[in-house]
Design a protein around this ligand. Structure first.
Ligand code: ATP
Length: 365
């Protein structure tokens, strides 16, 4: 049978070597990335890493110092924002307080010369889509923060943009509303198939919503990957620490596939690349389990419980051995089989060799 050869479709949005300087300071220091049509991308990183700067350059709200941007094959690098195709939602709802919800949403449509009854239909449809049916006549001041952000989302979507930009859209909301809106925005994005970029410093938000996460650090991209890739195979200590909780233990190399931490030997099959140098051993709390087995070759060690925290499905234990080794372990309540955990108690745990990651002294893979 003849083989089908499909040329991969070009990325919907491409960023090439973007640099943004404020004086001598580089807010973006050579950022390149490609986003496929329909993807939900999250820019994640600590305050000041350049997420917002990158988003604003994509929107044309601030221009880059150098580098280029392509959207749907067209060079948009130096186009003003009103000639680019995107809708944007900011952290502060930024609605006009003296206009009704309908007027706020229709604002961009009226400029496009759309007919009155079409606008009314479109507004009603959008309000349905964001879960606020019938809210046309209300004013922003009469709405909760979460509701105002829904209106802002409807307004951003009103002109049917092909790109949706979200700048920390949920960070001003309280935790419960935030979790709820997360799911709704994700579902809406999926339904519309609209390419979406969301800036956030909240790793849980990025993990639960994004198809791929762009982790940024000091104006550079540290890693791009699916939430799972980022969590399970972080390329650096920075990423490992930023996404989830992780134990970081200085090690020295010690024979094939073996490292030494605080005088104890641990087997880790992925240690080959770090022959001759030391670095940091990383292991997630859930990859340390209680065991009855006494087998040093299987990374079983004796520890003492220093403290414990009840987290519902798991117990987070702080475990120590002597003055030099401290570990955080998340133990499923079920694995404790009803037994109580007391500070000072002796315990044996196993570090899953397959889940140990080693980083060099600079914190890289
Ligand atoms: P946050 O979560 O705090 O908004 P961020 O990752 O979005 O952080 P940016 O707003 O992109 O960070 O800022 C990146 C860096 O550029 C910061 O160090 C910031 O101080 C600097 N910066 C941003 N705008 C300006 C400006 N107009 N003038 C000078 N420096 C700026």
């Amino acid at each position: 049978a003849a083989q089908m050869h499909r040329t991969p479709s070009p990325p919907y949005l491409q960023v090439f070597d973007l640099v943004k300087k404020y004086g001598t300071f580089s807010a973006l220091d050579g950022v390149s990335l490609a986003i496929a049509a329909g993807e939900f991308i999250s820019f994640l990183g600590p305050s000041g890493c350049g997420k917002t700067t990158l988003l604003r350059a994509i929107a044309g709200l601030d221009f880059q110092t150098s580098g280029s941007l392509y959207q749907d094959g067209a060079d948009i690098s130096w186009l003003p924002p009103d000639q680019r195709d995107f809708g944007i939602v900011f952290q502060s709802y930024a609605l006009f307080p003296n206009l009704t919800v309908a007027e706020n949403i229709a604002y961009g449509l009226e400029n496009q010369g759309t007919k009155k009854h079409q606008i009314a239909e479109r507004v009603a449809g959008l309000l349905n889509n964001v879960g606020l049916p019938g809210a046309e006549k209300r004013f922003p001041g009469q709405l909760s923060g979460g509701q105002q952000q829904r209106v802002a989302l409807a307004r951003a979507l009103a002109p049917s943009p092909n790109l949706l930009l979200l700048d920390e859209p949920l960070s001003a909301l309280d935790a419960r509303v935030r979790v709820h809106l997360r799911r709704e925005i994700k579902a809406l994005q999926h339904r519309l198939g609209i390419t979406t970029i969301m800036v956030t410093h909240d790793q849980e938000e990025a993990m639960t919503m994004a198809d791929r996460i762009v982790v940024m650090n000091q104006g550079r991209i540290e890693q791009i990957g699916t939430p799972r890739e980022i969590y399970e195979n972080p390329v650096s200590v920075f990423v490992a620490q930023f996404v989830g909780t992780i134990n970081l233990l200085p090690f020295t190399p010690c024979g094939p596939d073996t490292v030494e931490v605080a005088g104890l030997k641990f087997r880790c099959p992925h240690s080959g690349r770090h022959k001759g140098t030391g670095g940091v051993l990383a292991i997630r709390p859930e990859d340390i389990e209680c065991t009855d087995v006494h087998d040093h070759d299987a990374n079983c060690i004796d520890v003492r419980v220093e403290s414990s925290e009840f987290l519902g499905a798991t117990m987070r234990l702080k475990l120590v051995q002597g003055p030099d080794l401290a570990l955080i372990a998340d133990v499923p309540i079920r694995a404790l089989r009803g037994s109580d955990i007391r500070p000072g108690q002796a315990m044996r745990v196993r570090l899953d060799a397959e889940r140990i990651r080693l980083f060099d002294e600079a914190g890289n893979c």
